[in-house]
Design a protein around this ligand. Sequence first.
Ligand code: UD1
Length: 422
Amino acid sequence: MFMEKFLIYGGEKLFGNIKVDCAKNAYLPIMAASVMTEDEVVLKNMPNILDIQNMRKILEFLGAETKIDGVDLHIFGKNIKNSTISNNLSKNLRSSVFMLGPLLARFKKARVSYPGGCNIGLRPIDLHLKGLKELGAKVIESHGNICCDGSKMKSGTVILDYPSVGATENLMMASIFLPGVTKIYNPAKEPEIVDLQNFLNSMGASVCGAGSDEITITGVQKLSGTTYKPIPDRIVAGTLLIACAMCGGKVTLENVVPEHFLSLTDKLQKSGCKIVVSSDKITIESKGKPKSVEMVETLPYPGFPTDLQSQILAMQTISKGVCVVRENLFETRFRFAQELIKMGADIKLCGQTAFVCGVKELMGAEVFASDLRGGAALVLAGLCAKGHTTVHGVHHIDRGYSSFEKVLSALGAKITRESENL
Ligand code: UD1
């Protein structure tokens, strides 16, 4: 099988400026929401990553026309007739589940397979389905398929048992055309939810409250086309900040919203890094041997994001002191830690908690990425380890980081991509 790997020679400090791409997790639901209009939607600055390419395949499979003009993605959904997503497409991308809401809104029916995605835990979709049922959708699950009939859906109230990002987004989209007022209580408050609201409103929807404890959707009859630029990727930005904190150096990130990652910058400052923030820029300066941040616990926004847990854990392996990392969202998000141990890290795992005792230095080794963010964490470890590190399974990292090796090389890291036959 044709695969790719990263070859890293560790020990370089990182210096330079990087412009951060639009957020994958904002772009994906916005792409899904684009099928709710027959008019053209233009999404600016498409990130060149696998998850977005897979979502584009799903839209085309449904009958949408898409094209890339420069760096912008054009979606033209007039000819969409299909409301069923094939098993093959669903299994490559967890975000295929986002199609339930928009397809129900436009066609009053939708059929998807149980979604695939990152190998980080069970990832049920019960909250999505429970919410849709509470709005009157009929949901039939059989043989791994989910069939929804939305012909009897009505506006109403949904109280989420947990502030799930995907369930909140699906319910917002599913209720866009329902006459009357729909309320979602205990929704997720992530910046990507606010971005979806802004996108929907730019098409003529009436959604308010995203980012607070209550989202209100007042049904409209029709959505029209729009041109929209999704928010910058706070997880990519956070990964690069942690890379600099670990390796030392001075890096400025442009096109960021610093308020979106306050939980990270607080930790980086406590670890001894100097952070300077302006409206859409952030600069980090690090001497390269951070202090332990002592405790990290992943939580829904504005808590510490689970999508930066692997990277900050990698940082703790070379930090001075001991750190407890608690993963509250996904059950198997510590797999990459076994690979860090191969590099000399001192990590004890106990269920959803990792105890990390910083070592003087990591040693280069051959390691295997098994999920997106864990893979990125292994790259960061390789960048500051002594000698050569090979990271296999780069396709996981390509799901969320556009040409990661080129971005890091531009900052002075020694990292190349090579093909391998497995
Ligand atoms: C989104 C992000 C993902 C991020 C996660 C948490 C996208 C494309 N992906 O994923 O990168 O890691 O938010 O910030 O935006 N849960 C249930 N039942 C459900 C749905 C979720 O029990 O029906 C649980 C999950 O198992 C998990 C927690 O809720 O423990 C959070 O999941 P959720 O917020 O739904 O994450 P995603 O939307 O899948």
